[in-house]
Design a protein around this ligand. Structure first.
Ligand code: ZN
Length: 87
């Protein structure tokens, strides 16, 4: 994954895609987190069975320019809705 600066906060980000194929911006540096792998599927608060995995934090969570990014996206969405309305 090639890092590029975020256009809203200029932090380096990388792009991944979700299971559904949607592109998603991520913080460049992977983090290690513990996930619950309890086979019963039941959440056991007393003694969760944990596994360490590597992952990336969605950049939306850490971007300092997220408000600007959201309003740009809202403007784009309005534009798209307007285009559809004219046809
Ligand atoms: Zn950013």
């Amino acid at each position: 994954m090639k890092a590029r600066p975020c256009k809203y906060c200029s932090e380096d980000i990388v792009w991944g895609s979700t299971e559904k194929g949607r592109p998603i911006p991520l913080d460049k540096k992977p983090v290690r987190v513990m996930v619950d792998v309890n086979e019963s599927g039941r959440v056991d608060d007393d003694e969760p069975k944990l596994k360490s995995v590597r992952g990336w934090v969605p950049h939306h969570s850490t971007c300092t320019g997220v408000d600007q990014a959201r309003s740009d996206k809202a403007a784009r969405d309005r534009e798209l809705a307007g285009d559809r309305g004219q046809r």
